[in-house]
Design a protein around this ligand. Structure first.
Ligand SMILES: Cc1ncc(COP(=O)(O)O)c(C=O)c1O
Length: 376
């Protein structure tokens, strides 16, 4: 029997309908989308169709979507792209203290190249401090990059308000939506951002594909030089098979998101409430309301997360702290949120998804309760 999968924030399985949409481009249509003949036209049409499906999901124009190899590349293109294209205006970037390494490490790299970065703190729920964010703006600030939803605790940042602050000060705003798309509504006309990253493997498409939304008029220094693919933004013959999959996955998000949000939320709540009932002293991390409906970051006091995970034979999930010979390393996100160490070290992230069932949650609850009781 396969373990119950409660790690949808790490990655999602490929939806069978997505796999189906990719098959013609594996079996039949192999042409280079740049070739001006029958074979090329078939794949060029597929890429164009997918671009429209991504754009329809985000409420933007197809020509504002560039396909990349995933969330990391989209973030690199957005952040380094703005940093270098607007270098004459200034060399200052603002981000938060709880970004995924796909953003924070890009910022750290830029610091080694003469850029200044401000890492704005968050409160105990993981919400960015807007006052400090605004106070950190200088005449040299060119970009604010803040994630839409945090991958570990699920807190949803007030991106529309941050965009308003950015634009009032003549600054561009980028948001990493790798975790939020498919879990909560994500529309560029509501968030009002200039750049938005998404990762296919978090929304039931394959790994190794993603996209960047680039609002018309924004300049970027391109990161992959070569031929003029992707409207000149990113060189390389298009990954047609996965682009077809990403397009279908986005169409499914557009069609089914409401049902998925409700279902994953109900199941997450069932798990969370069941654990709270069995262990009243657990801590549920992240914002009580402004949180992804599928994410439950739970801290069990005075037990190491890895000890629990090692004993959970039938559940696949992630630890918020890693044990090694030198002790326990607590994740930067939990540290930034000031989660007390005796709680932080026992933090496990459970994340539900499209294929989670009520029966799985019942079984998971039973097993987690038994394991934690044994270790407590
Ligand atoms: C918030 C966030 N941003 C970016 C990424 C990286 O995406 P990819 O694995 O497609 O490069 C992840 C993946 O874990 C993520 O959770």
């Amino acid at each position: 029997m396969k373990p119950i999968y409660l790690d949808y924030n790490a990655t999602t399985p490929i939806d069978p309908r997505v796999a189906e949409a990719m098959l013609p481009y594996i079996r039949e249509h192999f042409g280079n989308p740049s070739s001006n003949h029958f074979y090329g036209r078939a794949t060029k049409d597929a890429v164009g169709n997918s671009r429209k499906q991504v754009a329809d999901m985000l409420h933007c124009k197809p020509e504002e979507i560039v396909f990349t190899s995933g969330g990391s590349e989209s973030n690199n293109l957005a952040i380094k792209g703005v940093a270098y294209a607007y270098q004459k205006k200034g060399n200052h970037i603002i981000t938060s203290s709880i970004e995924h390494p796909a953003v924070s490490e890009v910022c750290r790299f830029l610091e080694t190249r003469g850029f200044d970065v401000t890492y704005v703190p968050v409160d105990e729920h993981g919400l960015v401090d807007l006052k400090q964010l605004e106070e950190s703006i200088t005449p040299k600030t060119t970009l604010i990059t803040i994630m839409h939803a945090n991958n570990e605790v699920g807190t949803i940042e007030p991106i529309t308000e941050i965009a308003e602050i950015a634009h009032r000060n003549g600054i561009l705003i980028h948001t990493d939506c790798a975790q939020s798309i498919g879990k909560v509504p994500v529309y560029v006309d509501e968030l009002r951002v200039d750049l938005l990253s998404l990762a296919g493997h978090k929304l039931y498409a394959p790994k190794g594909i993603g996209a960047l939304y680039i609002r018309s008029g924004v300049k970027l220094e391109k990161q992959i030089h070569g031929a003029g693919h992707e409207m000149g933004w990113r060189a390389g013959t298009e990954n047609v098979i996965e682009i077809a999959g990403l397009g279908k996955a986005c169409a499914l998000v557009t069609e089914e998101s409401e049902r998925t949000h409700l279902q994953t939320g109900n199941l997450r709540d069932k798990l969370q409430n069941g654990l709270r009932e069995a262990f009243p002293d657990i801590r549920i991390n992240g914002h009580p309301e402004k949180r992804l409906p599928n994410t439950a970051s739970i801290s069990f006091p005075n037990i190491a997360a890895n000890e629990i995970i090692d004993k959970l034979k039938n559940i696949a999930t992630s630890a918020g702290a890693a044990c090694h010979s030198g002790g326990v390393t607590i994740s930067p996100t939990l540290k930034a949120m000031n989660v007390p160490p005796e709680y932080a070290k026992g933090t496990i992230r459970f994340s539900t998804g499209r294929f989670t069932t009520e029966r799985e949650i019942d079984e998971a609850l039973e097993e987690i309760v038994a394991v934690v009781k044994e270790l407590a």
